[in-house]
Design a protein around this ligand. Structure first.
Ligand code: IPE
Ligand code: IPE
Ligand code: MG
Length: 245
């Protein structure tokens, strides 16, 4: 149980990443179709984004659709894609007005052509913005991302652009979909599940993990504050001895 006192102390984490889980269970508890939970989940995205901006977070990554989610029933996948269209169409202008920079990570070639052009438009339009960076993980999986990066690095070596000995952490990082984005400091998963589900495998090496029981459609600013408060209680040691830093 997290403390009920919701004051955050110290600077906010620079980068918060969220595994937005529990839409289906939220709907089921109300006798509604799963898609009703996804719809309500979009409202929670707005809540989370506004709260993150108010709390001074610089990067917010939202796990919106995983590579594994493609294997859900076709009607659920279609409904999710329709909601994504709806969100992008309705929100891009106001995100831009709010100085938000949008980045998409994932296997975008698996998205339909119209969604691909919408996300490209969102990225291009907001590229110069200096406020919060909103990273949407769409058709994203940590393993496919590492496979893609490995191929790109191998190509660079094969063509002579990169020496084998020069491959280090920063070379790997710069070949990931998240190139240029700092690693997450705090990863939150809602819905009570305590697993990573193929999210940011490389990037969350030293992230603090906070698991909340809240189902994603119920996510509130208070939940974000609670998670940040928990983050501040943690001692990030990065492998050093306790108390030595
Ligand atoms: C998260 O909610 C949304 C996506 C994964 C797209 P779920 O749809 O996984 O909801 P639960 O986990 O079944 O409750
Ligand atoms: C993880 O949730 C993916 C997203 C939140 C987009 P899932 O509901 O798909 O994950 P599992 O199946 O519980 O691991
Ligand atoms: Mg789920």
């Amino acid at each position: 149980m997290l403390s009920s006192v919701s004051q955050t102390s110290g600077p906010p984490p620079v980068h918060i990443a969220i595994i937005m889980d529990g839409n289906g269970r939220w709907a089921k508890a109300r006798g509604l179709p799963r898609t009703a939970g996804h719809k309500k989940g979009v409202e929670a995205v707005r809540t989370a984004l506004t709260a993150a901006q108010e709390l001074g977070v610089r990067y917010l990554t939202l796990y919106s659709f995983s590579t594994e989610n493609w294997s859900r029933p076709q009607d659920e996948v279609s409904a999710l894609m329709q909601l994504l269209r709806f969100y992008l169409r309705g929100e891009i202008a106001s995100l831009h007005k709010n100085n938000v920079r949008v980045r998409i990570i994932g296997e975008r070639s698996r998205l339909s052509a119209d969604i691909q052009s919408m996300v490209e438009h969102a990225e291009t339009l907001t590229a110069g913005n200096t406020g919060l960076t909103l990273v949407l993980a769409l058709s994203y999986g940590g393993r496919p991302e590492l496979v893609t990066a490995t191929r790109r690095i191998a190509e660079a070596v094969q063509s002579g652009r990169l020496a084998l000995d020069d491959i280090d952490d920063s070379v790997v990082s710069s070949h990931l979909f998240t190139a240029g984005i700092p690693d997450p400091d705090l990863v939150i998963r809602t819905s009570g599940e305590k697993r990573i589900s193929n999210f940011l495998l490389w990037q969350m090496a030293y992230a603090e993990l906070v698991f909340l029981d809240t189902l994603w459609p119920d996510f509130s600013k208070r939940d974000l504050e609670d998670a940040i408060e928990e983050f501040h209680r943690r001692d990030r040691r990065y492998g050093a001895s306790a108390g030595s830093r």
